[in-house]
Design a binder for this molecule. Structure first.
Ligand code: HEM
Length: 536
């Protein structure tokens, strides 16, 4: 009898019945791995308390990459290595799909780009990517400034009042307003008011996050949607959102002006009434998309582009408050480059330090901290800095971005918030299969990327399924951060602290900030700060 935790055995695959049995044992249940991967043994509480990515990091330190994790009746292969991630995301990407993630998200995003099966994905990706063209992104920089005006007004009011502000919520609101306006030209106005639609978005997000952490799909059980109150409420929220989206789609279609992609990309956005992605997708010649598909795409972008960016802003501010010398440098740069102006694209190009802050925050707090895949075709993942392993068809996998981003093999002093690390070359001769980090490889671009780090930096994934909103989101975060830091100084609100020192690591669960994850990493109790206007 093999023991848990024991690396693979010499067992050879026999006749087909045996192969089937072996495969079932490999995918389901806590059987020892036949592929050389140790089986992580631990307390389920390690991964079930909303910080599963921290539990996975602890196991990684013990077992290396990949290891196998049993979670109820299911097992997952956990990958924490850039060379292996490059294989899965780029080199062998056709051998993997979104698996469990697609199953979980299907009721919300349908066949939107994130969960889409490879066939639907290849058609939609080709049509959606051009919508994020250069002229549109330039125009969006102005829109980010416009959407920040109500945020600034609301922060001014607080600074003149009791000075207490919960910034995570504020960043969520501004990110929602931005995504609504840019994706479907809808004014959520969530910074200034609470509407039923905004509430429905938030509740749908909470449910999506809850599902992504729930191994048993209870929502598929017969009558569950009618009987379970949270599911009933969720379905009502979805109906409301779908009605809003359907209405926007119908309106866009009724004023459709068909053009070739090349023409659309040359639109003079200064004189366009509706610069939204929806408008572009509807007007594109040849793209006669049905309403359901468009709705799935819009819902996907709404969810994908909202909390992710809000989280980057929250954790950037958190890290700047813990690192006053970085804050000083950031504010000096903002004062020098934009002063009280709303930033332009040229300003963003000029504010290199703010861009590096956004990038470094995404390294320490990748959103989401784990990517999910399922193997479609047996293949071997390379050794990298870990061990070579055979991945069999049907195997569910986690790519632990959090582990890769905080591994000292790839990042010197990995937990240090050091925005300028992206300007320094780093190679590790102990990992010969990994090329290292080379700043020359992101020269000419605004933000460091996976190629400069040979897949050790994957905030937007990599390969064919890489995020399409990467530049949009990083520009948005840079503009918002610059506008807020120009005007205010912040400090932690100690009255919100518990017995534990506020400067503790954020993953200390008693910490007043703390970490908790759903699809993204949130604080546990909000980012409670005291705000005051800067004296300029
Ligand atoms: C995919 C991160 C903002 C739309 C992804 C993936 C990551 C990611 C890691 C890859 C998922 C995987 O491989 O399983 C982020 C982060 C963001 C952000 C950290 C903000 C800081 C946005 C925005 C949009 C967006 C603003 C749209 C407006 C998408 C879509 C995909 C995706 C559609 C699926 C792409 C495909 O499968 O072809 N994102 N994202 N994201 N993201 Fe983002």
């Amino acid at each position: 009898v093999m023991q848990k935790g024991e690396p693979g055995t010499d067992c050879t695959f026999g006749d087909s019945a045996n192969v089937l049995r072996t495969n079932i044992e490999q995918i389901y249940g806590g059987f020892p791995s036949l592929d050389g991967c140790p089986l992580a043994e631990g307390d389920i509480a390690d991964i079930a308390d909303g910080t599963q990515f921290i539990g996975l990091q602890r196991y990684y330190n013990e077992y290396g990459s990949p290891y196998k994790l049993c979670f109820g009746p299911k097992s997952f292969l956990v990958i924490s290595d850039p060379v292996q991630a490059k294989h899965i995301l780029r080199d062998a990407n056709t051998m993997y799909d979104k698996g469990l993630l697609a199953e979980i998200l299907e009721p919300i995003m349908g066949k939107g780009l994130i969960p889409a099966d490879p066939e639907t994905w290849s058609v939609r990706r080709r049509q959606i990517v051009p919508a994020f063209h250069k002229a549109w992104l330039n125009h969006m920089v102005g829109l980010f400034g416009y959407c920040n005006v109500p945020l600034i007004a609301s922060l001014d009011k607080i600074a003149e009042g009791d000075s207490k502000v919960e910034m995570e919520e504020k960043f969520c609101s501004v990110a929602l307003d931005i995504i609504g306006k840019s994706v479907f030209n809808y004014e959520f106005d969530s910074v200034t008011k609470e509407s039923p639609v905004v509430k429905a978005v938030y509740r749908a997000l909470v449910e999506a996050e809850h599902r992504s952490m729930t191994p048993a799909p209870y929502w598929d059980l017969p009558f569950a949607n009618q009987l379970v109150p949270r599911l009933r409420a969720f379905n009502e929220d979805l109906d409301l959102l779908n009605d809003v989206l359907d209405d926007l789609i119908n309106r866009a279609k009724s004023s459709r002006q068909v053009e070739d992609i090349e023409e659309l990309e040359k639109r003079d956005y200064a004189n366009v009434q509706d610069p939204s992605l929806l408008r572009f997708l509807v007007d594109m010649r040849g793209a006669d998309i049905d309403n359901k598909q468009l709705r799935d795409d819009l819902m996907t972008m709404l969810i994908a582009g909202h909390e992710t960016t809000a989280a980057v802003l929250t954790w950037s501010l958190f890290e700047l408050l813990r690192n006053p010398e970085c804050m000083k440098k950031a504010q000096e740069e903002i004062d020098r480059v934009i002063g009280d102006r709303t930033p332009t694209l040229e300003d963003v190009q000029e504010m290199k330090y703010i861009r590096l802050i956004v990038a470094e925050t995404l390294r320490l707090y990748p959103q989401p901290p784990l990517l999910i895949r399922r193997c479609r075709e047996e293949n071997k993942v390379p050794k990298g800095a870990g061990r070579e392993a055979t991945v069999i068809r049907g195997m569910d996998m986690f790519l632990a971005l959090y582990n890769i981003h905080r591994d000292e093999k790839f990042w010197p002093e990995p937990t240090k918030f050091d925005p300028e690390r992206f300007t320094r070359k780093y190679v590790n001769p102990d990992v010969p299969e990994w090329e290292g980090f080379d700043p020359a490889k992101w020269e000419g671009r605004l933000y460091p990327n996976e190629l400069a780090s040979d897949f050790a930096y994957l905030p937007f994934g990599g390969g064919a399924r890489k995020c399409i909103g990467d530049e949009f989101a990083t520009l948005e975060a840079t503009v918002t951060l610059a506008m807020v830091l120009r005007r205010y100084d912040f400090e932690f609100d100690k009255s919100k602290s518990t017995s534990v020192d506020i400067m503790d690591e954020p993953f200390n669960l008693e910490h007043p900030v703390g970490m908790r994850s759903g699809a993204t990493i949130h604080t546990r109790k909000g980012l409670h700060l005291l705000i005051k206007k800067r004296e300029l």
